[in-house]
Design a protein around this ligand. Structure first.
Ligand code: FES
Length: 163
């Protein structure tokens, strides 16, 4: 019995729904990413077989479109505002702190994939800079200490969910 999160079972289901016409490759890839959050590299070969394409052709489509991810998304996305007002309010210092705290640069993931760090360009909170978001929550006047406190809360919540 397959679980709903079994990538092979999900691909089987999507292949059955989309058929084998090659114009269904993109819709299937989008549906796969919607279900799994990314397109696992291990599924490229079976997808190619299903559409009677080469592995390189499917890989080429996945890498051409920036929407597709080949790795699982981080559990939590931290976006630091890198626009002018936030930069002028110690935004660079906050970025350096965030990079050190998460152990990754912009566009990177923490080693355990708990956090992704991304730039954003103005959150409309310029008067309360520097600003950031953590998933869909917005924070203003973020100091390094506040950054640590917010991440500690998120980490605590992630741990509680996992128990
Ligand atoms: S510049 Fe950062 S919120 Fe506007």
């Amino acid at each position: 019995m397959h679980t709903p999160s079994d990538p092979d079972a999900i691909l089987d289901d999507l292949c059955a729904r989309h058929g084998t016409r090659q114009d269904q490759l993109l819709p299937l890839l989008h549906a796969l990413q919607d279900r799994l959050g990314y397109v696992p590299p291990s599924l490229v070969q079976p997808i190619a077989q299903h559409f009677n394409l080469s592995r390189a052709e499917v890989h080429g489509v996945i890498t051409f479109y920036h929407d597709f991810r080949s790795a699982a998304p981080a559990r939590c996305v931290v976006k630091l505002c890198r626009a002018e007002a936030c930069q002028s309010m110690s935004g660079d210092r906050l970025l350096a702190h965030a990079q050190q705290a998460l152990g990754c640069g912009l566009h990177g993931h923490s080693a355990d994939d708990s956090f992704a760090l991304e730039p954003v360009y103005c959150l409309g909170l310029c008067a309360s800079a520097p600003a950031m978001t953590v998933d869909d929550r917005v924070f203003a006047r973020v100091t390094p200490a506040r950054f640590d406190a917010v991440l500690a809360d998120v980490t605590h919540a992630q741990t509680a969910e996992a128990v």
